[in-house]
Design a protein around this ligand. Sequence first.
Ligand code: CP
Ligand code: NVA
Length: 308
Amino acid sequence: MPHFLDINKTDPADLRAMLTRAAAMKSARAGQPRGTPDADQPLKNHMVALIFEKPSTRTRVSFDVGVRQMGGQTMVLSGNEMQLGHGETIADTARVLSRYVDLIMIRTFEEDVLLELAEHASVPVINGLTNRSHPCQIMADILTYEEHRGPIAGKKVTWCGDGNNVFASFAHAAGQFGFDLTFAGPPTLDPEQVFLDEARARGATVTIERDPVRAVTGADLVVTDTWVSMHDSQSAKERRHNQLRPYQVNDDLMAHARPDALFMHCLPAHREEEVTSAVMDGPHSVVFDEAENRLHAQKAILRYCLGL
Ligand code: CP
Ligand code: NVA
């Protein structure tokens, strides 16, 4: 039974098939009046549980809408309103939910929660973000890049900022889709070495660069994310801001990228911190296409997991 836990755990051919299907499903809806269900209703009579132990706007709404467009139904559950948040084990939660629903999407803190849920569920589990990765986001990002610029293989992607969960999924994707990845950030916020090693082992060129200008020079895609993630302690906020300020994506920095470079951010953005409004709203930015593509990419991920 296929789960979707991380980009490095899914076969590259399956990842490619998901993106192809996502693009086809997106174009099939183009020009349709709002509210039109998909012509195909593959999720008819299917119930999907969406569990959130952290806040969410995009993941929550895009999964909910995507399931409904395909004829399915959802229940959105907040972790602390479930027995899960009051001591019931993850394994028991997985066994029980598997008796009711056809698929579980979870956004949680520790990766072990996701892995334990997947191990004990008899229905597919999708990773909607953990402290360590965010695979659905990067599937949407690849879809967005290729929609605008064609194949991402061989392109230079530069990440500016914290070596966080979103970066980790970019590293997974570099190995699976064959693009070059440069990380630009302070040594204290480097990504885990395992993400870099694995991408390299799969043939990707991965570079760590302390100088943001050198990192962005020649980039086809520049990406950043919030300087403080949901799982980071707020007490580290000031220190992180001081360390990350040199890596802010602004017009001066973007000027070093290729003239046709794209800018992405998974959102929510903290304008004038990790990125200026001039870049967010400027000619390189595709951040709202990227947000929309969460919907289309995840519909393909859902179908892959359900074999539909
Ligand atoms: N990018 C993203 O996952 O956004 P949300 O936190 O709003 O779901
Ligand atoms: N790195 C961010 C991503 C939010 C979608 C976080 O984990 O808070």
